[in-house]
Design a binder for this molecule. Sequence first.
Ligand code: ADP
Ligand code: ZN
Length: 222
Amino acid sequence: MKLLFLGSPGVGKGTYAQVLKEVLNIPHISTGDLLRAESKKNSPLGRKISDIMLKGDLVSDEIMLEMLEERIAEKDCKKGFILDGFPRNLVQVNHLKNLIEISHVLNFKADDEVIIERLSGRLTCKKCSTIFHKTGNKPKKEGVCDACGHELYQRKDDTSEAVKKRLEVYKEKTKPLIDYFKNEGLLVEVIINKPISEIREQIITKVKDYLEGKTDKIGEIK
Ligand code: ADP
Ligand code: ZN
């Protein structure tokens, strides 16, 4: 099953992907995580990526595609994967269509206030990238990852200027993909206006029902 997660920065794609990957036993590929791993290396490419990400801009399609192709060629992706953060523009969509057959596209939607609140309170594990929130989805022990015990930090691009830019880039370049996937009959709407735990349950149930053949498509989640 090859799932794409679409939606504004901060809408919670990463949080829900973490849940679903366990249930489906397929990897969660976050292109943001791939880029952050590269940017940690103090290489010319790493520094270039860091600069772009800090500004909240998109990394070039060329760099992004090369990294993605390499990742999905790995063995653990054979059964499928959750792709979170890709595609982000039409060029990337067209490349992706040549690479894989997309099963469904989950489009996560939330109000702007929810998004800003989520981004400003987001905490990420330095080691395994698990996502928590200062108030909503707190770790059991303050500042420490539940999953691996490492330190949590606030992403540098979760500060106000970069957030503003990321939301602008999303509206201009990524949002138009919603209609595109709708026309292709691949879109599943996920409306985030309930606590994480409820949305989590619904996503799991609906995806499972589909996989077990109980439904012929994944219905709207809200
Ligand atoms: P968010 O979705 O919350 O903005 P991500 O971790 O998905 O966070 O992305 C962080 C940054 O990584 C983006 O602002 C952008 O600079 C870069 N990035 C991630 N995915 C892509 C992509 N598909 N194409 C270009 N740049 C990307
Ligand atoms: Zn961790």
